[in-house]
Design a protein around this ligand. Structure first.
Ligand code: ZN
Length: 203
């Protein structure tokens, strides 16, 4: 499986990091070794002094495909959860300033935390899903899928022009504003609507 991530998919977040609004989805990848799920703690990596959380909706691919037209893209994923795209922001800024790839800052071990998946049913309005992140019981990020620059279906279609999608692949769909630092001892809790799907201790 692979993990595909979308950057700058919320205008308010692009702005907070001083980035332009993209005219097509910004894509980067994380390897399988980045996946962190269940109740495993996240261990603060030694190479960073500025670890950020980015809370995102995550889709799970349920059907193999490539060159998927947007109007059929909804048939290619069937589960959703909330995840954290852990980012070594200091490393990322350094790499960005040199025009180098981001992987060391974004794709390291355990940098893709995902919560418990829930099925996407016809009752779920994919254009109006509220999600949020609490840090130490305090609300730090709040998003709604309706505010994404590129919708789930447009992301899936766009990705599949470059990378075949396979059953079990995960897609991080971008973070809203409010990203910030976490330190050892922090407790993170991710919600879709009022369902807590992710809990994570930073050790
Ligand atoms: Zn992200």
């Amino acid at each position: 499986m692979k993990i595909i991530c979308i950057g700058r998919n919320y205008a308010d977040h692009a702005k907070e990091l001083g980035n332009d609004i993209p005219d097509e989805p910004v894509i980067f990848m994380k390897p399988k070794s980045a996946l962190l799920q269940g109740h495993t703690p996240f261990y603060y990596p030694e190479f960073t002094n500025e670890l950020h959380y980015e809370c995102e909706l995550v889709l799970r691919v349920s059907k193999n495909g490539k060159y998927i037209p947007e109007r059929f893209a909804g048939n290619y994923y069937n589960a959703i959860t909330v995840g954290i795209d852990f980012t070594a922001r200091d490393i990322q800024e350094e790499l960005k300033s040199k025009g180098l790839p981001w992987e060391k800052a974004k794709a390291f071990d355990n940098s893709a935390a995902v919560g418990r998946f829930m099925d996407i049913t016809p009752a779920l309005n994919k254009k109006n899903i509220n999600f949020c992140l609490y840090k130490n019981k305090e609300l730090v990020q709040q998003g709604n899928s309706g505010k994404m620059i590129f919708s789930f279906d447009s992301i899936v279609s766009h990705i599949s022009n470059y990378f075949s999608l396979n059953i079990g692949d995960l897609i991080f769909t971008g973070t809203p504003a409010g990203v910030g630092e976490c330190v050892v001892g922090d407790e993170l809790e991710g919600f879709i609507e009022d369902g807590m799907l992710l809990t994570m201790d930073v050790k």
